[in-house]
Design a protein around this ligand. Structure first.
Ligand code: HSE
Length: 440
């Protein structure tokens, strides 16, 4: 191969994804070099436990326990941040930008919480910042939105962007597992962390949705303006009932703009029509549907997590960073913040249809009382189902499909219903999401 330039990078973090980057560059480094015209060379790796990594075969000479060694090395021109969290990772990214080193990160929480200042700093210092691995693992959704779809107004994005919760919901729905058993299996298979909070609370997807909203609309929506609900309150009967009604339940991220340019960003378990493609995304897979005003509907599918898939995105960012350095393209990474327009739509004003499950006394007047409270809030009943139980049963389940209403009205109605004496357990309220008609 003719001599080609080499770009040295520093890798901070050698966990699952970091090891994937290291390993897959050993495997495909020549291919990447022949395609891109730049050789990527890992110069230093910052880790916590040196012995562990030496034992795993990583050359000791590459390792340091202080990420500052990466930032201070004049030969390193790109820093890859894969240490996670929002404290050390923030210090590292900020220091790297100030040292005028390009940054590649997979850290969705860092961007969602502090992206507004880090991106401003990167712009001020004219340093490119790449984050393909932060959203949907191996799916090139960042490149798609900021480069391939740059000519479009983004009308809406609907995404299944957390593999762990999609695995749990699939096992509950298809195989009748309880939430606890499905979560335990996800942990056993290495999909869910020992502390699964970020996944099952919906916040991992929430962070990714904030990044997609920023790319789409040029505005950072603060996490406290994002409505995020997790999946831990769902039962097998919710999933079975949804299925019988022609729906699948998915933890769905919704990012869209209304006619007044208010941005809606939310993540909630939602009933989606089984006829939709998103309903068929199962297991740990992710999918993101992006609607552009020119292109219409596009759909991106793939592994949203995992060592190899996520490292594929990091390697792509590394090539872009190296290409920019070699060709002195500055911060040209295909995206320019575009206007900072719009405001966040308060979740109370967002509109959808709903599913409401109640556990109630099985006696005359109960349905009338519930219907009356719904009517008080101008919410119509689309259908109602009370599976038959015998008289010895401890109450009855009541599943209602409700017409479109604002979330504010729906919450007020739900709270009033929850306060009825005949309602024995906290109600379960889920969105029903219909997708825009496909362009012909
Ligand atoms: N834990 C995430 C998931 C991957 O299950 O999709 C990293 O964001």
């Amino acid at each position: 191969m003719p001599s080609i330039p080499t770009v040295h990078f520093g890798l901070a973090g050698l966990g699952n994804v970091g090891m994937g980057v290291y390993k897959n560059l050993l495997r495909n480094g020549d291919l990447v070099a022949s395609r891109s015209g730049v050789r990527l060379d890992v110069r230093k790796i910052a880790i916590r436990n040196r012995d562990k990594h030496v034992a795993a075969g990583v050359p000791a000479a590459l390792l340091t326990t202080d990420w500052r060694d990466l930032v201070n090395d004049p030969d390193i021109s790109v820093i890859v941040e894969l240490i996670g969290g929002t404290t050390d990772a923030y210090d590292l990214v900020k220091s790297a930008i100030l040292a005028r080193k390009a940054v590649v990160t997979g850290n969705k929480a860092l961007l969602a919480e502090r992206g507004i200042e880090l991106v401003a700093l990167a712009e001020r210092e004219n340093v490119p910042l790449y984050f393909e691995a932060a959203v949907a693992g191996g799916i090139p959704i960042i490149k798609a939105v900021r480069e391939a779809l740059i000519g479009n107004n983004i009308e809406a994005i609907y995404g299944i962007i957390n593999g762990t919760t999609n695995f749990i919901l699939t096992r509950m729905s298809d195989d009748g597992l309880s939430y606890d058993d499905a979560l335990a299996e996800a942990q056993q298979l290495g999909f869910a962390e020992a502390d699964p909070y970020l996944d099952v609370s919906g916040w991992d997807a929430g962070h990714k949705a904030i990044i997609l909203a920023w790319l789409s609309y040029g505005q950072w929506v603060s996490p406290d303006q994002v409505h995020v609900e997790g999946i831990s309150h769902l039962t097998r009967s919710d999933l079975a009932f949804a299925r019988s009604m022609g729906y699948a339940v998915k933890l769905l991220a919704v990012v869209r703009l209304d006619a007044s340019k208010n941005i809606e960003v939310r993540v909630q378990p939602s009933l989606v029509p089984r006829s939709s493609i998103l309903a068929s995304i199962n297991g740990v897979m992710n999918a993101v549907a992006v609607y552009g005003d020119i292109v219409g509907e596009t759909l991106f599918y793939g592994s949203g997590a995992g060592q190899d898939a996520t490292s594929s995105s990091v390697i792509s960012d590394l090539v872009d960073a190296a290409d920019n350095l070699i060709n002195e393209a500055g911060t040209n990474n295909g995206f320019v913040p575009h206007g900072q327009y719009g405001a966040s739509l308060p979740v109370a004003d967002t509109i959808s249809s709903y599913y409401l499950r109640l556990h109630v006394d099985d006696r005359p007047g109960v349905i009338a009382a519930i219907a009356s409270l719904l009517a008080d809030h101008s919410i119509g009943i689309l259908s109602m189902n009370q599976p038959e139980v015998d008289a010895s049963a401890n109450g009855a389940d009541l599943m209602l499909m409700l017409h479109k209403a604002s979330y504010g009205s729906m919450l007020a109605a739900r709270n009033a219903i929850a306060a009825l004496d005949c309602v024995r357990q906290p109600p379960v309220l889920l969105r029903v999401e219909k997708f825009p008609a496909r362009h012909a």
